[in-house]
Design a protein around this ligand. Structure first.
Ligand code: DGP
Length: 141
């Protein structure tokens, strides 16, 4: 499956590259929510995070903290959001795994987030079912 990010990885489309290693590329988002908004992508061409190999996930995990530090230090932001969308319903537009690193400024620039928290009355059984699905321990607390 080819996406605009495959073309960036192949050098067929230009981007402002910030970081690259054998498994990961980071570059500036063409439509930034704030200056310094980065995209961090695996070289492995998978659409969603749940499809990604452990090796690629680990490679991204290794470099994300360093990229966050660089973005915050360089832009003078107060903090940053790391956002990763999976599926059209979840606002994914480019079907190649990517992490957004979005600096958040005191004046409000950055990710404008509405967090509609709602308590789950079935939290205990849900956690147990998830543990069971993950095979990490017995289904009981
Ligand atoms: P998402 O909604 O999570 O799939 O975000 C996709 C992001 O990719 C969006 O913020 C804009 C960015 N983007 C799309 N096309 C290009 C491109 O050709 N170059 C760069 N640098 N970014 C792109």
């Amino acid at each position: 499956m080819s996406t605009i990010f495959s073309k960036i990885l192949a050098g067929e489309i230009p981007c402002h590259r910030v970081y690259e290693d054998e498994q990961v590329l980071a570059f500036l988002d063409v439509a930034p929510l704030a200056p310094g908004h980065l995209l961090v992508i695996p070289k492995e061409a998978k659409a969603r995070l749940d499809e990604l190999s452990d090796e690629s996930a680990a490679a991204i995990g290794r470099v994300l903290p360093r990229l966050c530090r660089a973005v915050v230090a360089e832009t003078g932001a107060e903090g940053c959001n790391v956002l990763q969308n999976n599926g059209t319903i979840a606002h994914q537009a480019v079907m190649h795994v990517h992490f957004h690193v979005i600096p958040k400024f005191a004046d409000g620039r950055g990710l404008d987030l509405v967090w509609n928290a709602a308590a789950d009355p079935d939290a205990a059984s849900r956690a147990a079912a998830l543990r069971h699905r993950l095979g990490v321990e017995s289904a009981s607390d």
